[in-house]
Design a protein around this ligand. Sequence first.
Ligand code: BG6
Length: 462
Amino acid sequence: MTSKQQTLIVAGASGDLAERLLLPGLASLLERDRDRDGGRRVRLIGTSRHAWEEGAWASLLERASENAGLPKGRLHELLEHDEARTADPAKPEQLRELLDAVEGEPVLYLALPPGATASILDALLEVGPPEDLRIVAEKPFGDSLESARSLNEQILKVAPEERVFRVDHFLGMGPALDVLPLRFGGRALEAIWNAEHIERVEIVDDESIALEGRADFYDKTGALADMHQSHLLQLLGLVAMERPERLDADGLRDAVIAALDAVGYPGDDPAAASRRGRYTAGTSNGRDIPSYADEDGVDASRGTETLAELEVEVRTERWKGVPFVLRSGKGIGSPSRHIDLLLRAPEPLEGLAEVRPGRIRINLGDEGGVRIGVALHGAPDPFAPVAAVAAADPAVSPLLPYGQVLVAALDGDLRLSVRADAAERCWAIIEPVLEAFHSGGVPLQEYPAGSDGFDDSLVVTA
Ligand SMILES: O=P(O)(O)OC[C@H]1O[C@@H](O)[C@H](O)[C@@H](O)[C@@H]1O
């Protein structure tokens, strides 16, 4: 690769996302590519509407390098150029100045909430977007089906779909990338990847962290819109889809949308298919956590959920009658990120001790890998560590998930980006449940932070 020059403008660079995830992701990919044909030629402009304090930009890059596990000066070294600007890209004249500072191909990363993204898109239309502009839009893409539609209309006036990258960093997680080779790269698992052999699928992201000062965003959003609408449904798309005709962007994204289109609620009753909870004071991961209702910036009367569980069906021949359970919560005592495919019990065989039927676990946590529970002699519990383990080679995907989605955007690979129709469809799937939540149709349960979530006896009114 003698790479072309690109200027990455990050709007919202002073936010927590840039420091924790996006810039570390960038550092991880520049580091990976540093010795490949002279490395990538990326210029970075970080913008914020608020004035940058003296030294704030340099120390942001240092913290981002450290968050990527690199020496603190590394990101600065790897970038061809970097600078911070105080600018409001929603103001056309300020946006024009930013675009004038671009050298090479412009990549505009909108690390901002949907309302701010919409204002910048308006400004882009007014100044006339450069023809080679790439737009990267952070999740949540809209905050309802209607706003996702209108964002899509706006964005497609500014750039064609093949230059638009709607980010879902779960799609950049090594283990999520493993789902495709796991299913289609060999015969062992795809042969049983159906309702005949699989009884239930669980897609879980239970986190020990709590609100972490994000009340501004989270209290208006809640677990369901934060996690299920994007991350968990995208994973469901990969697990539930049919074999794509080919694994290019259209092939993959057509297969994902077909799976999402087939999603419905058991008995067409979204309220009965869902549960929600909110943490009370407790201790999680050795830290004292206040009750969600008492966290700074929270309006307790909103009844925002910090834990949500949803059961859906995928109405295809392959998945007939198989519940897909999607759960995510904060302040959970035994955090776990995984996709489990629980196998049906075999026909009993006289003389053979009864064992648990086993499961396929795709571990989405840092350690990754796939664990297949099988019955072995002397190991009646196939969930025990003697079961077969396929560990991914960490050298194969050394990028952080944000590095993976970012490199896809920089290189124009659309496979890790959520297509317009899928972003809308995911809102359409969760909106009936959100309505049930807001109208009080699903009781808000309480769980102490540090516990494992639902306890049906603790029901409070929403
Ligand atoms: O642990 P990661 O990779 O940051 O992903 C989980 C996070 O994903 C984000 O998209 C959500 O807004 C957060 O609430 C969540 O904690």
